[in-house]
Unconditional design. Structure first.
Ligand SMILES: Nc1nc2c(ncn2[C@@H]2O[C@H](COP(=O)(O)OP(=O)(O)OP(=O)(O)O)[C@@H](O)[C@H]2O)c(=O)[nH]1
Ligand SMILES: [Mg+2]
Length: 135
């Protein structure tokens, strides 16, 4: 259990396949926790959790200094080269239930490719997919 001098941010990384979700998670944590590479098929097939170290002096609660920890949940996404849409949904729901069951600050990071034109239909589908995950 987190001590009262600490705040934890739980961040789930979502987005379409091969958008750079795992790379974004590694950048945030300053780690190589998540497998990330260019591939014609999906790289991430299950949810995995990475942790930052304890970051001191970054925020306060009731005037007292708090240390911050960041937990990042990397996820597979749809369309996936070896999992069906239902399997991806199940995997992400289970990952969230298992790793993010404690109370605290929970955020979602939606990763989009900046080098491709924005495709409203695709992005709408991703957002709908995220909403379904949270039901
Ligand atoms: N140019 C550029 N390439 C990036 C960036 N982020 C990730 N990449 C590259 O994009 C490719 C895919 O990155 P991943 O992190 O594996 O992407 P992913 O969304 O986790 O992929 P899946 O797990 O297959 O869904 C890798 O070759 C990365 O090096 C970025 O910000 N800029
Ligand atoms: Mg990945």
């Amino acid at each position: 259990m987190a001590d009262s001098n600490e705040m934890t941010i739980n961040l789930v990384v979502l987005g379409r396949t091969q958008t750079g979700k795992s790379a974004a998670g590694n950048s945030l944590l300053g780690s190589l926790d998540f497998e990330s590479h260019l591939s014609p098929s999906s790289v991430t097939t299950c949810c995995s959790l990475g942790h930052s170290c304890r970051i001191s002096g970054i925020t306060r609660r009731n005037g007292c200094e708090l240390a911050l920890r960041v937990r990042v949940l990397d996820t597979p996404s749809y369309p996936h080269s070896s999992l069906s849409k239902e399997q991806v949904k199940h995997t992400v729901r289970s990952g969230l239930a298992h790793h993010f069951r404690e109370e605290g600050l929970h955020l979602a990071l939606l990763v989009l490719r900046a080098d491709l034109p924005l495709c409203p239909d695709e992005n709408d589908q991703t957002i709908q997919f995220i909403q379904v995950r949270n039901k």
